[in-house]
Design a protein around this ligand. Structure first.
Ligand code: FPP
Length: 246
């Protein structure tokens, strides 16, 4: 079993993003309702946040609720929102103790008002923390994010605030929900699915992708370290040759 000590802390990914998948199947395997999987998924969130903070990962982004997830049964959506509110309430102290700053990306206005209120309170209570930035993607969809950035830029062009020749990657980055985040270095998806599912499409251009077969509630320190070790063993060439890197 790997432990945090096995990680080379000189070669850490700066930004780790996770597609937490498999809560429903984890519950089904146990003959339980899907919401039982989500409840146990929260424990895996706590473990992962704590372990990333201990490793001094600078940015951790979790795909907690996609724009497509609104189409799930009403009871499941309500439970996910309740779990979010309860977890935020419960964890604010731990976030502060571990110097973690909470942020969100996504269409936050579409969340129930209770969730919006709780989020803005925890964001403000943790805003001064300077350790890890934990970003929750909530009601998030990457195409929606890109569409909204294009609209904003187009309107600035129309109003002569930006000229078309000055639109570069930096301008695009600053109009995305993720303007405060660097590009993703390592993207992890659990549960054996090998898809991106509309998550951070622009931001993962050069990310290393890591797929693991465990269902999210079982994702442990061992699995996190395994993913980071895999990342550390890869050569990131950014389009160059191996020789140029050396
Ligand atoms: C995917 O499993 C998981 C989700 C859609 C939600 C993730 C949410 C949590 C882990 C709990 C709440 C989060 C926070 C931040 C407190 P799935 O339901 O798609 O599983 P399946 O593919 O097996 O059906």
């Amino acid at each position: 079993m790997y432990t945090l000590e096995d990680v080379d802390t000189d070669k850490l990914p700066k930004h780790v993003a996770v597609i937490m998948d498999g809560n429903g199947r984890w519950a089904k395997e146990r003959g339980r309702l899907r919401v039982f999987g989500h409840e146990n998924g929260v424990e895996a969130v706590r473990r992962t946040v704590e372990n990333c903070a201990k490793l001094q990962i600078q940015f951790l982004t979790l795909y907690a609720f996609s724009t497509e997830n609104w189409n799930r049964p009403k009871l499941e959506v309500e439970t996910l929102m309740k779990l979010l509110v309860a977890s935020l309430r419960k964890e604010v102290k731990t976030l502060n103790k571990n110097n973690i700053r909470l942020k969100t990306i996504g269409n936050i206005q579409s969340l129930p008002s209770k969730a919006q209120k709780e989020l803005s309170e925890v964001i403000s209570k943790t805003s001064k923390n300077s350790g890890m930035t934990l970003t929750l993607a909530l009601s998030y969809g990457s195409r929606e994010e890109i569409k909204s950035a294009v609209k904003d830029i187009a309107s600035k062009v129309k109003n002569n605030i930006i000229s078309p020749e000055n639109i570069d990657e930096t301008v695009i980055n600053t109009h995305l929900y993720t303007h405060f985040l660097p590009d993703v270095d390592l993207l992890i998806r659990t549960s054996g699915e090998q898809r991106i599912s509309n998550f951070l499409l622009w931001q993962i251009a050069y990310a290393e992708l890591y797929f693991n077969d465990v269902f999210w509630p079982d994702f442990s320190e061992h699995h996190l370290v395994e993913a980071i070790l895999s990342y550390q063993n890869r050569e990131r060439r950014f389009g160059k040759t191996s020789e140029q890197l050396n």
